[in-house]
Ligand binder design. Structure first.
Ligand SMILES: [Zn+2]
Length: 146
């Protein structure tokens, strides 16, 4: 599956990571799926910043279950779904950690943005295999809205 991400939102994810630095910032990708000749794609329509409830470790993030339920309800009311999550890796590559893999669910997109010394750099999206063994890089189509 492909993840379609407006360029403005890619920039917003980088800014969120920069704002949270040196801690990890995180949030939710809200959007919908669309079918096409090349198969199904997830389209991100907007971001919902979330509070990182893990304050004990700067290299962990956790969105509280009650926040997630509330946000999910609000999005459904607007005809949107949660299609994934984003978080930052302060001074670390944009690849999933063991913690990230253990806490991921299949199908959803997990965008990771690397933040080097306070500046957002590479951005990548990952999807957990159905057997939950590993996360694989997902193709991200960054597009400009007209
Ligand atoms: Zn991570």
């Amino acid at each position: 599956m492909t993840l379609r991400l407006p360029a403005a939102l890619a920039a917003e994810i980088r800014r969120a990571g920069e704002a949270a630095y040196p801690a990890e910032g995180c949030g939710i990708l809200a959007g919908h799926t669309e079918g096409g000749v090349e198969g199904e794609a997830k389209v991100v329509v907007r971001l919902v910043p979330a509070v990182n409830s893990r304050t004990d470790d700067p290299h962990r993030y956790l969105i509280a279950a009650e926040d997630l339920r509330r946000i999910d309800r609000e999005l459904r009311g607007q005809g949107l779904d949660i299609v994934g999550y984003y978080h930052s890796h302060p001074d670390h590559p944009a690849v999933p950690s063991v913690f990230d893999t253990e806490h991921a669910w299949p199908w959803y997109s997990y965008i990771i943005v690397r933040v080097d010394r306070g500046r957002g750099t590479e951005l990548a999206s990952w999807v957990l295999d159905d057997d939950r063994a590993a996360m694989r890089a997902e193709f991200v189509e960054v597009f400009s809205e007209v």
